[in-house]
Design a protein around this ligand. Structure first.
Ligand code: ADP
Length: 440
């Protein structure tokens, strides 16, 4: 027991005993004990009342002298009070400094409650998101950042990729990222990427313009080379082989220019503009024909398996992406190999796959295959007629169709490239025969 508590205890016992003895002398010992108890209670209540008065007057008022354990309790409470005040002061200082740092940041920061109400925002949020910091605290962010794309992004809850938005004034572009924290609260960060977007647009236009400008001279060159080839047809030796080499190189340049133009069209035209129901049966048939024609010389076998579902998308883009996969399979599969095309709907997702029994790809290369000009073996790819842009085109087309590319491959055993389309892109086959009415 605490010594002061023991002392208090003995004082109370002494008071009650003395009162009991005095009562016994007067012939009423119980009344004496009761009076002693009452006195102890009155003393305790007085001290409690003084303690309460001190607490009610506030921490700054003089500390009352209550003696013994009471003083100890008050001193301890006072010390804890001082500590928590200091702690609070430190936290307030830290918060003020953080707020000052956030205010001078070039990026916008907005703290949202679990109900997406703005709790705090730094000044750049005014310029980048069109908020008015003082006025908008307490408002729901979707009422202020009105782009529906933002509302969808916020509601979807998948914040792994940043969202690119148009800023409040033209031509500002903003990259917005949401970081969930605490109990379903969110930190919204927005960065000005106007300059980056302008540079990217300049790059896209430059590539498109250069490719376009190269087309005409290439066509002229190709024409002359054909004439030369006819002229020197009968000649043996260097001239003829040089012309053949030139024709081959011009053809390669033409394919490169075509692929560059295809890529820049995919980057610059709005997605979904020409979406339609794509008849997968017809598309699959066309792809099979391409595989058979391309693989005929090499004795490759082609197998096809399709289902009746169709796809919603852009026919030309899908044809170009799937053709690239078929061409790759043919190119990278040796004579006698098997190319297998499949189209099926699995767990609501549409899967178009091109599998081959070719050379395969080492696992370390797989994450980079869709980068422009990435080649596992550049010499072999060029010799086989690849531009290094095929899978970049495939990736761009799939992105525009909310789809993804998966690659499974084993060195020496073959590869499977699968385009996975979400259920929103699948058109189930129309029921050919409506259920007949039950017999009467
Ligand atoms: P390329 O025009 O060179 O084929 P792609 O972008 O289509 O360019 O493909 C990138 C690289 O991926 C190719 O150079 C090749 O090394 C590899 N690749 C693509 N498809 C296959 C496949 N079916 N089998 C093996 N390697 C492949």
């Amino acid at each position: 027991m605490h010594p002061e508590l023991r002392r208090e205890w003995w004082v109370a016992v002494a008071i009650i005993t003395i009162a009991g003895l005095l009562g016994a002398l007067a012939g009423a010992p119980l009344a004496g004990v009761a009076a002693g108890l009452g006195l102890v209670v009155i003393l305790l209540l007085r001290k409690l009342a003084r303690l309460h008065g001190w607490l009610a007057r506030g921490r700054g008022s003089p500390i009352p002298e209550l003696g013994g354990l009471w003083d100890e309790i008050i001193r301890e409470a006072h010390r804890q009070d001082r500590d928590s005040a200091r702690h609070k002061e430190r936290l307030t200082g830290l918060f003020d400094r953080l707020q000052a740092a956030a205010s001078v940041m070039p990026d916008a920061m907005v703290v949202l409650t679990r109900h997406d109400v703005i709790e705090w925002a730094n000044p750049p949020a005014e310029r980048l998101l069109g908020l008015r910091v003082e006025r908008d605290i307490g408002a729901r962010i979707v009422h202020l950042v009105r782009d529906p794309v933002f509302g969808d992004y916020l509601a979807a809850g998948d914040y792994r990729e940043p969202l690119i938005l148009n800023g409040p004034v033209e031509p500002m572009a903003v990259a917005l990222q949401i970081i969930p924290f605490g109990a379903n609260e969110k930190l919204v960060m927005a960065r000005d990427i106007t300059h980056v977007r302008q540079l990217e647009e300049m790059r896209q236009h430059f590539v498109a313009d250069v490719s376009h400008e190269l087309r005409t001279p290439l066509t002229v060159l190709q024409g002359f080379l054909e004439t030369f080839a006819d002229l020197f047809e009968d000649q043996e030796g260097e001239v003829r082989s040089s012309i053949a080499l030139m024709r081959e190189q011009v053809e390669r340049m033409r394919r490169l220019v075509d692929d560059l133009l295809a890529l820049s069209r995919l980057e610059t035209t709005p997605a979904r503009a020409h979406d339609e129901t794509v008849d997968m049966g017809t598309l699959l048939k066309g792809l099979t024909d391409i595989a058979i024609v391309l693989g005929a010389d090499r004795g490759q076998r082609v197998e096809v398996e399709g289902c009746a579902a169709n796809l919603v998308g852009n026919l030309e883009e899908l044809r170009s992406a799937f053709t690239n996969l078929v061409q790759n399979a043919v190119r990278h599969t040796p004579a006698g190999g098997l190319i297998r095309l499949t189209w099926r709907v699995d767990a609501g997702e549409g899967r178009f796959a091109v599998a081959d029994t070719g050379e395969g790809i080492a696992e370390r290369h797989i994450p980079f295959l869709t980068q422009r000009f990435y080649r596992v073996d550049s010499g072999r790819s060029r010799a086989a007629g690849g531009t290094g842009l095929g899978l970049a085109i495939v990736a761009k087309v799939l992105l525009r169709h909310d789809a993804r590319l998966t690659v499974e491959s084993a060195l020496g055993r073959g590869s499977t490239f699968t385009c996975v389309f979400p259920s929103s892109r699948i058109k189930p086959p129309a029921d050919p025969s409506p259920p007949s009415p039950p017999p009467v």
